[in-house]
Design a protein around this ligand. Structure first.
Ligand SMILES: NC(=O)c1ccc[n+]([C@@H]2O[C@H](COP(=O)([O-])OP(=O)(O)OC[C@H]3O[C@@H](n4cnc5c(N)ncnc54)[C@H](O)[C@@H]3O)[C@@H](O)[C@H]2O)c1
Length: 418
């Protein structure tokens, strides 16, 4: 019975959706639900104001506590799931969110049945072993008071990324009814839906996607180190291999991995695997290679300075691009931060330019983005391209006297176009 009215509310877009955590994931999801006609309540105790993208929607309400959960029909959790410095999953945000949601389930003396969806990335078992008992321990009944699904987020950050509504969604419910309610909701947002038999499949599929990227990035990074030693241009190699119409997918080398997903998610799985006496060697190896890349970049900078008879100590090094990937402002886990930290430690005078990152904190020191001008390039002893934002005019660096370490082949691509 509960299921029928909830399904009807979803299908008629009259459900009230609470989105818990309004960050990179929660904000576009809330926007998509609003655009699809749902009323949305954004719950984020750590945010001061409504995100700009949601300001103009009359059916949106921003709350800094969980009280509105009681009147919601759907609750979608999109809080951070980082790792600690020791590569242990930090589930504290998720625990607080689950606690806040489960405590606020009752509307006065009754419960409005809800579909709970976890979108935060975590290891297989999180939905069943962490979320389910937290709700049941409050006397709530699965299949009556609540339905439960895991639906991994697959956002494609950046302006060239695929729109949220066009990305197919994997839905894994704790039972068939939960899966079908979850599928109904994402279909109502215009998404293609792939239903799976259990939340664990959906949880593992998300991590597989990111392990796949981490391992392939590591592979091409390792080959790029070998190619450098052999005097072979890795970019031309990848471009050539990519002409194979089957069985090959190109990955580009770079200065290391960044963002909230690829450097983090695989380690959720390796941590979990150890509880089963299993060691995920591909994940560890990929992590080792990708994390070593900023150290290689610093070696290349030293070589470039050396070619001009200079030492890193006391040299002016200008970093171009601080975000972890092109055309975004996200600096989480960005390899540029590690490179800047290592250069500072080595006594270099470091500055940076990034049109999307106004200020940057590196090892406690605050930096401010500077203009990229011919004078700035001339004043530098070495320029390091860390991120190839399309908004940067890299032509300025062609023919400059200052040595350039180009970790993204931004100049190679320009020369090719000429
Ligand atoms: N950013 C991505 O590209 C991406 C892609 C796929 C999956 N994910 C996953 O989605 C989840 C969220 O990532 P994000 O990038 O949106 O993080 P984020 O840091 O941008 O946003 C998380 C938001 O949650 C809020 N928050 C923290 N604790 C809270 C709590 N207890 N209750 C309510 N709100 C709380 C924070 O204030 C913040 O606004 C993570 O698990 C991440 O791994 C992210």
């Amino acid at each position: 019975m509960q299921e029928v009215s909830l399904r009807e509310k979803i299908e008629t877009h009259t459900a009230t959706v609470a989105v818990v955590g309004l960050g990179y994931v929660g904000t576009p999801l809330a926007k998509l639900a609003l655009e699809s006609g749902f009323s949305v309540i954004g719950i984020d105790p750590l945010k001061k104001n409504t995100p700009e993208a949601l300001n103009s929607f009359p059916h949106f309400r921003f709350e800094r506590n969980y009280k509105a959960v009681s009147r919601s029909n759907l609750v979608i959790i999109c809080v951070p799931t980082p790792i600690t410095a020791n590569e242990v999953p930090d589930l504290s945000y998720l625990e607080t969110a689950i606690d806040g949601v489960s405590k606020n389930f009752f509307a006065e003396d009754h419960v409005i049945p809800k579909l709970l969806i976890l979108e935060s990335t975590s290891f297989p078992g999180t939905t069943r072993e962490m979320m389910l008992p937290a709700l049941e321990n409050r006397g709530l009944e699965q299949g009556k008071d609540f339905f439960l699904c895991y639906v991994p987020e697959r956002i494609d950050p950046g302006p060239q990324g695929m729109e949220a509504g066009r990305i197919p969604r994997v839905v894994g419910g704790i039972d068939k009814i939960s899966t079908s309610l979850g599928a109904s909701f994402y279909a109502s947002l215009g998404c293609q839906v792939h239903e799976v038999s259990r939340p664990e499949i959906a949880e593992m599929s998300k991590i597989l996607e990111n392990v796949f990227r981490a391992v392939n990035i590591a592979l091409v990074n390792e080959l790029s180190l070998l190619c450098r030693r052999m005097g072979i241009n890795i970019w031309e190699v990848v471009e050539a291999a990519a002409t194979k119409p089957f069985g090959f997918m190109p990955f580009k080398p770079g200065p290391g991995m960044g963002g909230h997903c690829i450097p983090v998610d695989p380690f959720y799985l390796s941590w979990r695997a150890k509880q089963f006496g299993f060691y995920t060697e591909f994940i560890e190896l990929a992590g080792k290679i990708n994390r070593s890349m900023p150290y290689h970049v610093v070696e290349w900078i030293s070589e470039a300075l050396n070619s001009k008879g200079k030492a890193a100590k006391g040299s002016n090094v200008l970093i171009v691009g601080a975000a972890y990937k092109e055309d975004v402002s996200d600096t989480r886990e960005s390899p540029a931060i590690k490179v800047m930290e290592l250069l500072e430690k080595g006594g270099a005078n470091v500055s940076y330019h990034d049109p999307y990152v106004e200020t940057l904190k590196v090892a406690g020191k605050e930096y401010k983005s500077r203009e990229l001008t011919p004078e700035a390039i001339r004043d530098a002893d070495c320029v390091v391209i860390m991120t190839a934002h399309r908004a940067i005019d890299f032509r300025m660096l062609l023919g400059a006297n200052t040595p350039v370490v180009d970790t993204r082949n931004a100049l190679g691509a320009l020369r090719k176009r000429k």
